[in-house]
Design a protein around this ligand. Structure first.
Ligand code: NAP
Ligand code: SF4
Length: 674
């Protein structure tokens, strides 16, 4: 008897059956644009082997003007169709099913040729869109239908029509972007004509035995978004037009409310999908911040949907479903919703991968194979770098001993998990503990490794991490100065007025920690209040009257840096705005371009710019040092001095811009090559 009877139940679609209720949602990984079709095929086939019922590809452009960016992948030629056939064949051989997403970006296309209902420029794109005329609209419909029939020719099991997230079809639906007065604008019946017509024409093009998913924006999270009545009406018309399944989209890309970041509570929007249950008779899929089989099971058992969509969790662990089926959910590598290696890569023009699983999207390149000559491997440091090296080396058959002077595994991850909004890090540390306990690794905690202890090992890996940087500010040894480690690990007392020196990732995290008493991430009602989310039946688009209503800050915090650029500029591309907005809501004062003159009992003395103008004291009770780190590599140096050649990874190697993504990637790759 499984713990997940709803999640693992098959779903009969009439002409075909899905083997369980799990959909791998669409992700733009950048793989298709590499044109390395063996690599694309292996990415999807790996996930098909992992047991997911149905996968949706990244968005494929139906035509040049609809591509998310110039050169975006699509099925434009016989050669494209043949290439996609490589993928679908491999997926089918692996026992999976795959649908191709057709994504027309409309005014979100990063191109001067972008088109839209009314020429209203998007706040997140530099290009004013061209208003479509009647012929232009007909061309878009015809191109989407053609893309669907080409997907069928390429062997796909279905298509997903992207109707949410503020892309073209969504742009027609709301007056925010549709100002037309012809039959494609004005009344809601007119505004929904395009999405409904698209579904009808796609169905006509592909026949009845082909999955057509329509991704419907259930809560737009923008002013003048759809009302709930409009959402329900659209869903009914989409069903009538021939869709097989309705999938859920949450929020437009331009919405200033986070929808998938780690600080969003788990399953934060399943209540929205639940409202649609019973309104249509085709299956409904829910999505966003579902990352464990338990959560998926609860969502289905509570009648919130017929299926769950998870996207990023399949980057973190392609075998999510197989492990749930096998009764080993604790072995599923958790997606911590950080976006650092997936969406941040996409928006940075890089191939997606995963912080937790660097093999994601690198299946043909980073291959972990059993070793032919087992070695004894000592790994010093059980943070993310050391842990990933240890697990990979042990998986390959090496005899691994893992040392750490702490009593627990996880290194700096144990500090990250203390930060409100980063609760997912608990799961990551727990996963490492599980995997180490189930491996052959010999664990030596509370042990400070010395060169003599390491003398008999064939290979030594130093992953000893970092030390806080010495800022050499006059007065830094005073009783009112603490480091981020004192605050996050030792829970050092901190006064009501605080200055934070350093506004990198850790400075922002500490500011969040010091201003927040109760994390809204574990209280959905509080989170919705904080960000101004409400029921779309009450307010258009689900944007609460009066907007965000954050809790009063627990402390008065000033966050400082020496650079004169905007604070938080170097945080993650897709999450930096959330961290900045969260601190602004907490009234955190952000000051750049300062010199730290000295610290005394009054507080922190600063001045501005090179000319050291405007000398003043920021009167605070406590000053927290978050000024970056330097490598802790004394053990490596001692080993080198006696003629050993240790491998140095993670922060012990390069501390600058270190994060768990680089540490885990480096640890995994080293161990794959030992
Ligand atoms: P960081 O990002 O390098 O930031 C260090 C901060 O200290 C900067 O604001 C820097 O600004 C300041 N600083 C540097 N030298 C200083 C000095 N001598 N005196 C005073 N201030 C100095 O490092 P971090 O915040 O410690 O974070 C470490 C790593 O963890 C980073 O790579 C970060 O991306 C990662 N991390 C990521 C997240 C996340 O959410 N993605 C969260 C936490 C940490 P100025 O030089 O302008 O003063
Ligand atoms: Fe999840 Fe982060 Fe991996 Fe993206 S990089 S899949 S958000 S853990």
């Amino acid at each position: 008897m499984t713990d997940y009877p709803h999640l693992l139940a098959p779903l009969d679609l009439g002409f075909t059956t899905l083997k369980n209720r799990v959909l791998m949602g669409s992700m733009h990984t950048g793989l298709e644009e590499t044109k390395d079709w063996d690599r694309v095929a292996e990415f999807y086939a790996t996930r098909a082997r992992g047991g997911v019922a149905l996968m949706v590809t990244g968005g494929m452009a139906p035509n040049r003007e609809g591509g998310v960016f110039p050169g975006a992948a699509g099925l434009f030629s016989a050669e494209d169709i043949a290439n996609h056939k490589i993928v679908t064949d491999r997926v089918h051989d692996a026992g999976g099913k795959i649908a191709m997403q057709i994504l027309h970006a409309g005014r979100y296309a990063y191109s001067p040729d972008c088109v839209s209902p009314s020429g209203v420029k998007s706040p997140i794109s530099p290009f004013p869109p061209k208003e479509l005329d009647e012929d232009g609209i007909e061309k878009q419909i015809a191109d989407i239908a053609t893309a669907a029939s080409r997907a069928q020719d390429a062997g796909y099991d279905g298509v997903e029509i992207m109707g949410s997230e503020g892309y073209l079809l969504n742009q027609f639906l709301v007056t925010h972007t549709n100002k037309r007065e012809d039959r494609w604008g004005g009344s809601y019946e007119n505004r929904m004509r395009l999405p409904v017509e698209v579904v009808k024409r796609v169905r006509a093009a592909v026949g009845s035995n082909f999955i057509v998913i329509y991704r419907l924006s259930m809560i737009d999270l923008i002013p003048n978004g759809s009302t709930w009545d409009e959402v329900v009406l659209l869903a009914k018309e989409i069903e009538k037009a021939g869709a097989t399944i309705i999938n859920t989209g949450i929020g437009w890309h331009e919405a200033r409310i986070p929808t998938i970041a780690t600080s969003v509570p788990r399953r934060a929007f399943t209540w929205v999908t639940k409202k649609l249950m019973g309104e249509v008779s085709i299956p409904i899929i829910t999505s966003n911040r579902i990352n464990t089989p338990e959560t998926g099971e609860d969502v289905l058992a509570e009648g919130c949907a017929d299926m769950v969509s998870m996207a990023r969790p399949f980057l973190a662990d392609p075998h999510f479903v197989a492990k749930a089926e096998a009764g080993a959910p604790d072995e599923i590598a958790p997606c911590i919703a950080c976006n650092q290696a997936c969406l941040d890569h996409t928006f940075g023009g890089k191939i997606s991968t995963c912080l937790v699983n660097p093999k994601a999207c690198f299946e043909t390149e980073l291959v972990v194979t059993p070793t032919t000559s087992a070695k004894s491997v000592a790994i010093v440091g059980a943070g993310p770098a050391g842990l990933s090296a240890a697990l990979t080396a042990a998986e390959r058959g090496h005899k691994v001993t893992l040392f750490d002077k702490s009593h627990e595994l996880g290194g700096q991850l144990n500090m990250a998990k203390q930060v409100p909004g980063k609760e997912e890090f608990f799961g990551l540390v727990d996963w490492y503990k599980t995997m180490v306990s189930k491996s052959s690794i010999t664990l030596q905690l509370e042990t400070e490794a010395t060169p003599s202890m390491l003398s008999d090992f064939d290979e030594v890996v130093i992953a000893t991490g970092v030390l806080p940087r010495d800022t050499k500010i006059d007065g830094q040894d005073g009783p009112n100065v603490v480091s981020y480690i004192d605050v996050l690990r030792a829970k050092a007392p901190v006064g009501k007025r605080v200055a934070i020196i350093g506004a990198g990732g850790i400075g922002f995290d500490v500011a969040e920690y010091l201003t927040t008493d109760d994390s809204p991430t574990i209280d959905l009602d509080a989170w919705m209040e904080e960000w101004g989310v409400t029921d779309p039946a009450l307010r258009r688009g689900g944007v609460a009257e009066g907007g965000a209503k954050p809790e009063a800050p627990a402390r008065q915090v000033t966050l400082l840096q020496r650079k004169s650029e905007k604070l938080g500029k170097r945080l993650g591309k897709t999450t930096g705005w959330i961290h900045r907005a969260a601190l602004q809501m907490k009234g955190v004062t952000m000051i750049g371009g300062v010199n730290y003159e000295r610290i005394d009992a009054h507080g922190l003395h600063v001045s501005d710019g090179e000319a050291r103008e405007n000398p003043r004291v920021i009167e605070v009770d406590t000053i927290v040092m978050c000024a970056g780190q330097v490598p802790l590599r004394s053990l490596a140096d001692e080993l080198i001095a006696i003629g050993r050649t240790p491998h140095v990874i993670g922060g012990a190697d390069v501390a600058a811009e270190l994060d768990a993504k680089r540490a885990i990637n480096q640890g995994t790759r080293l161990a794959a090559s030992l």
